[in-house]
Structures are given as structure tokens and as C-alpha cells.
Write a protein that binds this ligand. Structure first.
Ligand code: WTA
Length: 630
């Protein structure tokens, strides 16, 4: 980790205070009170939340903390889909809309809670028919269509562990994830639709399952006419459900049974399979959807993420459905059919809660306010942000142009590992651009020095969480050592890996990663992953990758490459390398710049000093270079 985090904060930011009605009407009520209630009785706080949900059997104990391992809702039994679906179907919400999907050219599909439950049960029965059992891993590699969510919920219904892989990953990245988790079934679609064009997905799966002996079946959602032919091992998504019952009993899950694996980039070449469990994850995402997003029955809620990321898992699928929300999703991109696409959808659907990423906000800024100004955005009540720091300029623009200087901005800090929101400015609390906010009730987060001492207001340090919370990851799949590292880097605390600054009144400003992860347009990319993809090309001897600040994407990737003898630098070779990274890791990990070099700065022990490359690239002082060789 970087040690030069001596940031001093000059705090002259404006404070925005939302209309008092927000706090008055919020589920949470008063933040200070809720936080002190939590501090007085942490387990009691979480127990109260858990009691709002349906359990098959209650817990013997709220929490068992055996550092660094935790069990929440000990011995309780549940099924999350019983809370996301049956709970609403069994009361007066049966005919409420659960899901509205919008595709291109005005196509729309609507699922009531009853209809969604029927589809989930049928598909779950289909999975059972092909031999999927509780504890088996199913890999879901799909576009943003309702079937993606149905597949996830169907796995949850029968206790299969899903590993959702974002559709923008390439064959090698998908293969690694299938192999690591030992997926028995892969669920995919023939194509994804991006900006009016069909993009092959199944072709990537075909490549990815070579050398993946665990895969017994591939289930294919065939969207295109005429339908693609299916081969051995392959089944059609809907044919698999034909003739099956639309009732499927929810599997009885222990609170600590594994629920899903979600891979996230790490500082090694191999992504980490973050493991979440059933009970705690359900309570954490339910609590935050209700009390942080303040979702009410008459809201139409839109999170623009893909369910393939944690944001989609927690805040498209499980959290909002657990509260019985109406969830809107769309396959449209923000720039297609034109730069007004998102705003036109907000007007069309009368979206009330909108959740997106800073990279999108900065792109909207660049496209100009005339686009949002063409549409009526009056329905918006709350607007949110996630994935990377929301810089003050983007905050101001979002607040003024989209929120009409009226709607609160929820800048939510959290991670794949945390499962749920951890830090934000609660609805009704004063907002300070640049600052995400404070730990939410239920979370004890702080900024500390490397010995774990709380830093003074106005100074920077490492962001940590000081006590366990229900929706925290339980381990890194097949790599528990890696899990332990999160809790042993700073003794007794969960080391987040982000640098942060503590402002006055406990407001926290997140500065960015302290390790070798680069956040590009909201996606975490490990430098090591891109480097090993480059080095796997026959012309490359060595590669080093850095993040370069970018006004829209947050960062872009620049790669420095040393060629093997016998290869000459050329534009054609650059294109080849880009193509190679794209095919291996996917378009999201493509460098935007490649520079051929003769040498890379290294420590005497042979470690590449990316910090030096970055300083040189940006024309700044590289800091301490005493360990540099020569
Ligand atoms: C960053 C996404 C600043 C941070 C939910 C974190 C943020 C990483 C914010 C996790 C925010 C996320 N402000 N930075 N509001 N939200 N981050 O696992 O560096 O994809 O560690 O989870 O994104 O990314 P992940």
C-alpha cells in the first residue's frame, strides 16, 4: 500500500441542506438518533431490522464474532426469494409491479410480483430438472434482460450458488471464473444489444467452456430470429421450462450457507471470488434499500448498473425486491438512440429514485445540459451515485441540472466485499460536495493511520471498518488467506483499500484506491490482470500498467510494454495488443494508450514501480525512489 497519504484538507466547500420534509418523511427519521441507537445496542439494531423479514426459523444468537470470522443470525433458516417474492405475493402486493424492462425501439416488458414469482419458480424447476442442486455453482453470463434476474432468483430459490459474470468480460476472463468456481451450468444468451447492434455473447461462452470440465449444460436465451442452433450440452432457456410447474418450494437455507460468489479485481492477476452468505446479505441489502434509499410503495426506482456487478446484485435485485419496490431496468446506453436517452426514460417512466455512477454523470456533463433540459425530470425525488468519488464539479452539476437544486444526492460508498452501503449522506442530512458522508447506522467506519489510530479531522489516512456487519463477505473463494489479509493489514479492523480524508463533523471524503486497482468508468481493473493479458501475447516480454486521470472515466489505462527480441514497435502491433487484451479480458479492460519502452523502473528486488511511471507520465514528483535499481 502507498504510504504517502499525508493529505491535508482545506475545507471551504458549500453545504446544501435539503428540504426538512425529506427527513420528516424518511423511513430512517433522524440520522443522529438512529446512529446512537445502533451504538447503544449494535446487535439489537440489526435484530430489529432482521425482524422486519420472514424467516423459516429464527436465530439463536444475532452475531458470533470470532475475529476475523463472523456468523450472523446463528442457526436461523430462510430463503431470500421468500422475502423478495412470496412475502409480497402473499399480502396485498401480489399485483404490484416488480420489474419494468425497457429495450430499444420502445420495447417494454412488465412483471408483477406474481408473474415474477411464477417465472422464477418455473426456471428453478428447470434447473432442478437438469440436475442443479443446493450448493452447486451456476455461472450467469447474460445481457441486461429480465431473464438475467429470473436466473439469479431461480438459483437463490433452490440454493444454488450463482456467480454472475458481467457481459463485458472476454472469454479468458469468463473461463477463469467458470473454472475457479467449478460451475456446473452456464446461463447465457445468444446476443446482447448495444446501440442498435447485436453483439455475440454465446460465441464467447463457446470459447470459455473449452477446458472447463465442470460445465455440464449451457442454457441459452435465444433472442434472435431465426434462432441459433443448439449443440450438445445446450438447452433453450424457455424450452427448459416447458411443461414444468410454476410452483417451486423455496429451499431452506441456513443463514450462513453460501449465497453467491462475485469476482472482483484484486492486486494479483487472479480476481477474487467474494463469497456472500444468505442471512446477513439479505438483512443488509433490505435495510439499506429501505432506510438509505428510502424506497416507498409509490416509488419507481432505477439503478443504471448491470446485475453482473455488486451494485446490481444488491440494488437492482435483492435489496429493492426485498422491500417490494418497483424496479425499472433498461438495456439502453446513455448515448443511444441519442444523448437524451436516460432523461427520456425518466420522463417516460416517472422515475422517482435514480442511481448511477460518477463516470456517467461526467459523460452527461460533457454532452451538455440541453439534453436533460429537454425532458421533464420533476418525478425525481432522490438521486444517487456509486462506484468512485463523485468530484465536487460533478456533484454540483448533478444537483443543479438533474436534481433541480431540490433532490438530495446519495453518494454511497461501499464495495463488492461489503455487500451493502456503508458510508453516505443520509436523506435529509446536509450535503457537502466531495464528501461521501458518514457511516450509516449499523456501520462503524473510520479513517486511520497505518497503526490503526484514528486520524485528526482534516487529515488523510486509510479507510477502515472497525466491527463486523451482516452483509460482509465471509471469505474469498478457495483463498481464505486473502480474506484474512483484509482483517490483518491493520490489526483488528477491516482494511478497505481506499484512501480517505476525514473532514469536520466526521464527514468522509474518499480519495481512491490505495493499491493496484484502477477504477475505469466505474469498473475495478487490476493492473496485474491487464499486465498478464499483455504478457500472454507472443511479442511481449514485460508490461506495466498505470491509471491516468481522465475527466470522464475517472481513469484510463496506460500500458508500457517491452517487446521480446525480434519484434519491432509498430501501430499494427499496438492494435494487435489491444485486440488481444479485448479478447482475453474484455472491452472494459482495454488500455487507451500503449507505449513501447526499453526498460521499466524497478526496485532492487525486481518489483515494477508503477508509482514512478505514473509520476513521470503526469509530470509530478515521484516521491521516494531510494529503492529504485541503479
Ligand atoms: C470505489 C462498487 C468513492 C472505492 C459498489 C471502493 C467509491 C471500490 C464509491 C469498490 C464512492 C465505490 N465514492 N469511491 N461513493 N463507491 N467506490 O467492489 O474505491 O465495484 O473500494 O463496488 O469503488 O468497487 P466495487
Amino acid at each position: 500500500m502507498t504510504e504517502d497519504f499525508n493529505v491535508k484538507l482545506v475545507e471551504d466547500v458549500k453545504t446544501y441542506t435539503p428540504d426538512p420534509q425529506y427527513r420528516k418523511n424518511a423511513w430512517m427519521g433522524d440520522y443522529q438518533k438512529a446512529y446512537s441507537d445502533f451504538q447503544k445496542d449494535p446487535d439489537g439494531f440489526w435484530e430489529k431490522m432482521a425482524k422486519e423479514l420472514d424467516w423459516i426459523k429464527s436465530w439463536d444468537k444475532v452475531k458470533e464474532w470470532n475475529y476475523p470470522y463472523v456468523r450472523w443470525f446463528v442457526n436461523a433458516k430462510l430463503n431470500i426469494t421468500a422475502n423478495c417474492l412470496d412475502r409480497h405475493v402473499n399480502d396485498s402486493r401480489r399485483n404490484n409491479v416488480a420489474l419494468i424492462w425497457r429495450g430499444e425501439e420502445g420495447r417494454e416488458r412488465i412483471f408483477t410480483y406474481q408473474k415474477l414469482l411464477n417465472q422464477v419458480a418455473k426456471f428453478a424447476n428447470g434447473l432442478k430438472k437438469i440436475g442443479v442442486k443446493k450448493g452447486d455453482c451456476v455461472c450467469i453470463y447474460m445481457p441486461l434482460v429480465p431473464e438475467q434476474i429470473i436466473a439469479m432468483l431461480a438459483c437463490a430459490r433452490i440454493g444454488a450458488v450463482h456467480s454472475v459474470v458481467f457481459g463485458g468480460f472476454g472469454a479468458a476472463a469468463l473461463n477463469m471464473r467458470i473454472q475457479d468456481a467449478g460451475a456446473k451450468v452456464v446461463i447465457t444468451a445468444d446476443i446482447t444489444i448495444r446501440r442498435g447492434k447485436a453483439i455475440q455473447l454465446k460465441g464467447i461462452v463457446d470459447d470459455a467452456i473449452v477446458n472447463a470440465p465442470s460445465v455440464e449444460h449451457v442454457v441459452v436465451l435465444r433472442r434472435r430470429e431465426p434462432m441459433v442452433d443448439l449443440h450438445e450440452k445446450e438447452l433453450d432457456f424457455y424450452e427448459m421450462m416447458e411443461g414444468l410447474s410454476d410452483e417451486c418450494p423455496a429451499e431452506v437455507m441456513d443463514a450462513e450457507d453460501p449465497f453467491f460468489i462475485l469476482y472482483t479485481s484484486g492486486s494479483t492477476g487472479k480476481p477474487k471470488g467474494i463469497v456472500h452468505t444468505c442471512g446477513g446479505y439479505m438483512v443488509g441489502t433490505y435495510y439499506t434499500s429501505k432506510y438509505i434509499f428510502d424506497i416507498k410503495d409509490n416509488d419507481t426506482y432505477w439503478c443504471t448498473a448491470d446485475p453482473g456487478w455488486i451494485t446490481g446484485h444488491s440494488y437492482i435485485v435483492y435489496g429493492p425486491l426485498a422491500v417490494g419496490a418497483t424496479v425499472f431496468i433498461s438495456e439502453l446506453t446513455p448515448d443511444y438512440p441519442d444523448a437524451g436517452s436516460f432523461w427520456s426514460l425518466i420522463e417516460e417512466q416517472k422515475i422517482t429514485i435514480f442511481y448511477t455512477a460518477p463516470t456517467a454523470i461526467r459523460m452527461f456533463m460533457k454532452m451538455g445540459e440541453s439534453w436533460p433540459n429537454k425532458y421533464n425530470l420533476k418525478s425525481l425525488r432522490i438521486i444517487g451515485s456509486v462506484g468512485e468519488p463523485l468530484n465536487p464539479e460533478a456533484f454540483e452539476w448533478y444537483y443543479r441540472v438533474i436534481g433541480k437544486s431540490r433532490t438530495p444526492i446519495l453518494d454511497t460508498w461501499w464495495q463488492t466485499e461489503t455487500g451493502m452501503h456503508m458510508i453516505t449522506t443520509m436523506i435529509g442530512e446536509p450535503m457537502r460536495p466531495g464528501f461521501a458522508g458518514k457511516p450509516i447506522p449499523g456501520v462503524e467506519a473510520d479513517v486511520v493511520d497505518k497503526d490503526g489510530n484514528s486520524v485528526k479531522p482534516g487529515t488523510g489516512g486509510l479507510l477502515v471498518v472497525k466491527s463486523p456487519w451482516p452483509s460482509m463477505m465471509r471469505t474469498v473463494y478457495k483463498d481464505d488467506e486473502r480474506y484474512r489479509k483484509y482483517w490483518y493489514t491493520i490489526n483488528g479492523m477491516y482494511a478497505v483499500g481506499d484512501l480517505a480524508v476525514k473532514g469536520k463533523d466526521g464527514y468522509i471524503m474518499i480519495l481512491g484506491r490505495a493499491d493496484d486497482i484502477i477504477i475505469v468508468a466505474g469498473h475495478n481493473i487490476g493492473t496485474a490482470e491487464v499486465e498478464s493479458a499483455l504478457v500472454s501475447h507472443h511479442a511481449v516480454a514485460e508490461a506495466a500498467v498505470i491509471g491516468k486521470p481522465d475527466t470522464v472515466k475517472g481513469n484510463t489505462i496506460k500500458a508500457f510494454v517491452i517487446l521480446r527480441v525480434g519484434n519491432q514497435p509498430s501501430d499494427k502491433l499496438k492494435q494487435d495488443l489491444l485486440h488481444h487484451v479485448r479478447a482475453t479480458l474484455g472491452p472494459i479492460a482495454m488500455p487507451s494508450e500503449i507505449e513501447f519502452v526499453e526498460k521499466l523502473p524497478k526496485t532492487r528486488s525486481g518489483k515494477i514501480m508503477r508509482r514512478v511511471l505514473k509520476a513521470k507520465e503526469m509530470g509530478i514528483d515521484p516521491g521516494d525512489i531510494s529503492t529504485l535499481e541503479e
